[in-house]
Design a protein around this ligand. Structure first.
Ligand SMILES: [Zn+2]
Length: 264
C-alpha cells in the first residue's frame, strides 16, 4: 500500500491537506483515504503505547519495560500475580529504564520474597465462587449505585463490574465507574462506602480536601439512613465516628474496617 500526501488548497473545501491512499492500482477517494490514514496512525500510536520490551533476569524472571503516556517518572510495580513491570514516560529511552531496573534489582528481589511469604497461605478462589460473586454484583451494584447517585445528585456515564486484584473501585476521567465484584463480600456499610467514594470522584478526581469534605458529608448522611433502616454495624460505626479525632472521621473509621478485607 502506498500513501501519497497531496497538499492542495483548491480541491477540498474542508481540509488543507488531502491524503490519497492507493492500493494495488486502486485510488481511494479523499474521504476514504483520510479514514484509512487515521486508522493507520491510531494503530501505530496504539502499538507504540502498548509495545514494550522484556528483560529476562535469572532470578526475577521476565520484567516488562512499558512506555506510558501518563507516567511522569520511571516506576516499578511488583505484583504477586502479574509480575514485575517498569513504567517509563514516553520521552525516556528504554536504556534509562534498564539502568533504573538494575539499580533497584535487589529491592525487587526482596519485595518478591516478602510477597511470597505474605501470600503463602492464600488459596486461589474457586472459579465458581468468582462467577457467583459476579452474578450477585451485576444484579445488585448498578441499582444501588444509581440510587445513591440520584439521592446525592451525581451523574455518571456507565458502570462496569470488574474482577481485579488492585482496587475495590475506580472512576475514570470520562466519568465511568468500575466496581470490583469483591464488593459483594462486604457488609452494606462498606459496600456503600466504596460506591460513595467513587461517586465523589465524579466531582473531584483526586483525594484532596474538597473530595474529602464531600465524602464526609455523604458518608455521614448515609450512616444515619442505614441506622434508621436498622443496620447495627452502621450504629456501631457512627458511635466511633462521633468520638474520632481524625481529620475525616467517617472515612477514617470505615476504611479501618475495610482494610481488614483482601481482594480475592
Ligand atoms: Zn479514590
Amino acid at each position: 500500500m502506498f500513501i501519497f500526501y497531496n497538499y492542495s488548497f483548491a480541491t477540498h473545501k474542508c481540509t488543507v491537506g488531502i491524503f490519497y491512499v492507493t492500493c494495488k492500482g486502486k485510488q481511494f477517494s479523499p474521504n476514504d483515504s483520510y479514514f484509512i490514514v487515521r486508522i493507520v496512525i491510531t494503530f501505530a500510536l496504539f502499538m507504540t503505547k502498548t509495545a514494550g520490551r522484556i528483560i529476562n533476569d535469572p532470578v526475577i524472571g521476565e520484567v516488562l519495560l512499558k512506555k506510558s503516556t501518563r507516567a511522569r517518572r520511571i516506576s516499578i510495580r511488583v505484583h504477586p500475580v502479574k509480575g514485575v513491570a517498569v513504567s517509563v514516560p514516553h520521552i525516556v529511552p528504554y536504556m534509562a529504564a534498564e539502568a533504573f531496573f538494575k539499580l533497584k534489582r535487589q529491592w525487587i528481589i526482596d519485595t518478591m520474597a516478602r510477597q511470597k511469604e505474605k501470600f503463602k497461605d492464600v488459596q486461589q478462589p474457586a472459579k465458581e465462587t468468582i462467577e457467583q460473586l459476579r452474578k450477585e454484583a451485576k444484579a445488585y451494584l448498578p441499582g444501588r449505585l444509581a440510587d445513591l447517585a440520584e439521592r446525592y445528585g451525581f451523574t455518571y456515564n456507565k458502570v462496569t463490574i470488574k474482577h481485579n486484584s488492585t482496587n475495590w473501585g475506580s472512576c475514570s476521567v470520562r466519568n465511568n465507574i468500575n466496581l470490583n465484584l469483591n464488593i459483594m463480600r462486604l457488609s452494606r456499610v462498606l459496600q456503600d462506602y466504596i460506591l460513595l467514594h467513587e461517586l465523589c470522584h465524579l466531582r473531584h478526581h483526586d483525594h484532596g480536601h474538597a473530595f474529602h469534605l464531600l465524602l464526609e458529608h455523604v458518608l455521614t448522611d448515609n450512616l444515619v439512613r442505614l441506622i434508621d433502616a436498622g443496620d447495627e454495624e452502621a450504629l456501631s460505626l457512627a458511635r466511633k465516628v462521633a468520638v474520632s479525632k481524625a481529620k475525616y472521621p467517617a472515612d477514617h473509621v470505615i476504611t479501618k474496617v475495610l482494610r481488614q478485607y483482601r481482594l480475592i
